[in-house]
Ligand binder design. Sequence first.
Ligand code: IDP
Ligand code: MG
Length: 137
Amino acid sequence: MTQRTLVLLKPDAVRRALVGEIVSRIERKADWRITALELRTLDRATLETHYAEHVGRPFYEPLVEFMLSGPVVAMVVEGERVVEGVRTLTGPTDPIAAAPGSIRGDYGTIVRENLIHASDSEESAERELKIFFPGSF
Ligand code: IDP
Ligand code: MG
C-alpha cells in the first residue's frame, strides 16, 4: 500500500548536524522515496495549524517556541506503508523510552527536543502535507 507522509527534522536535529544521519535511515528503507525536501524557517501560523490538536496543553507554547528556534527540514516521503514505517523508525515521543536503534532512542534525551516529527496516520499525513507543501497535492 503506497502512502505518503510528512517528516519534519526539528531545529535540534539541524543544529546538531544530524540531518544526513536521519535522512539516510529513511533513504535506506527499500523502495521509499523522498519526493520533496527543503530547509526552511517556519512561522507561528504554520505551527499553530500543524499542532492544533495540542493547543492548551502545558507543553504547547514551549513546543511552538522550540520549533521557531531555528530552521527545520521539511520532507515528503512516499512508499510502502510509509506512515507507520517512519513512525517505527522515529520511536515513541519520549526519547528515553524509545528503543535504541530508533532515531529518538539513539539521539534524544528530552521529550520536547525529540528530533523528528512524522505524521501519525494517513489522515494526519494528508492534512499536514497540505500545510507544508500546498499546491503539491
Ligand atoms: P509525537 O511527535 O510523537 O506525535 P505528540 O504527542 O503529537 O508526539 O506531541 C507533539 C510534540 O510535542 C512531541 O514530538 C514533542 O516535541 C512535544 N511534546 C509532547 N508531549 C510533551 C511533553 O509532555 N513535554 C514536552 N514536550 C512534549
Ligand atoms: Mg503527534
